[in-house]
Design a protein around this ligand. Structure first.
Ligand SMILES: [Zn+2]
Length: 255
């Protein structure tokens, strides 16, 4: 596992290659995560004993496609204001950023939109149309997309897709047809312990993680992130998820 790391603690950002052209730009706190995050894992484990009581670290993710066009997904949070730019520079190696796509206007995803744009003034900013208050988030002149719109990057074609679970304003998900890359943003997020920083999920298996644990993680984090699910019909939700999985050939799952 090769991870290049910038900064430490709340500013810490690591970069990892997923494929030769797709990169994960990831923040997690690492050492001291339990203290920083208030030791939430022990409380979650009281509610669901399948939750790892040591999994006090959470990730914020951005992704970068290096194709004929370069395409960035999300911007990380205010505390990674400097380090996300360092990580981006390190990956671009002098290339310009062509597109910045914002999944939704929540600070851990959209906070550095203006900073990244300042560093790459020619980039085209992309988000979903049909809403209000774009200017509040630095998206006042973003190109507004519809669900189903595709952007050709060269080898890769990303498609803006309708989210099953709506988070903050402007929520949209994204799928890439060549690699099978799917980013459902904050749905299906999981926590990790100090031995699992910057690990892909199959690597986490070496430290006790499993697909069953992931299912429990989704269940409990959905209770926190999407509390309105309490009023949803579980059979309907499950049927929607099953239909969603049938609609896309998902080979790289990036929450
Ligand atoms: Zn970590």
């Amino acid at each position: 596992m090769t991870t290049k790391v910038f900064g430490e603690g709340i500013s810490r950002v690591g970069i990892r290659e997923i494929t030769p052209n797709i990169f994960w730009i990831c923040h997690c706190v690492g050492k001291g995560a339990a203290e920083f995050n208030g030791g939430f894992a022990a409380d979650f484990a009281k509610i669901n004993p399948n939750f790892d009581p040591e999994a006090n670290d959470i990730i914020y993710s951005s992704y970068l496609f290096l194709d004929e066009k370069t395409f960035m997904i999300d911007t990380l949070a205010p505390a990674q204001h400097e380090t996300v730019l360092q990580a981006l520079d390190s990956l671009l190696q002098g290339r310009k950023l062509d597109y910045l796509w914002i999944s939704h206007t929540e600070l851990p995803h959209a906070a550095n939109t203006v900073a990244i744009r300042r560093a790459h003034p020619e980039l085209e900013l992309l988000t979903v149309g049909g809403h209000d208050h774009y200017e509040v988030h630095g998206l006042e002149d973003a190109k507004l997309l519809n669900y189903g719109d595709k952007i050709d990057l060269g080898e890769h074609t990303v498609e803006i897709i309708k989210p099953l679970f709506v988070d903050h304003a402007l929520t949209q998900w994204i799928y890439e047809h060549n690699s099978g890359f799917m980013c459902p943003v904050d749905w299906a997020l999981n926590a990790h312990n100090e031995h699992q920083c910057f690990h892909f999920m199959d690597e986490m298996a070496k430290t006790g993680y499993s697909s069953e644990r992931f299912m429990h993680d989704i269940s409990i984090t959905n209770c926190v992130v999407f509390p309105w699910l309490r009023w949803a019909d579980p059979d309907q939700v499950v049927a929607m998820i099953d239909a969603f999985y049938k609609s896309y050939d998902i080979r790289i799952f990036c929450a």
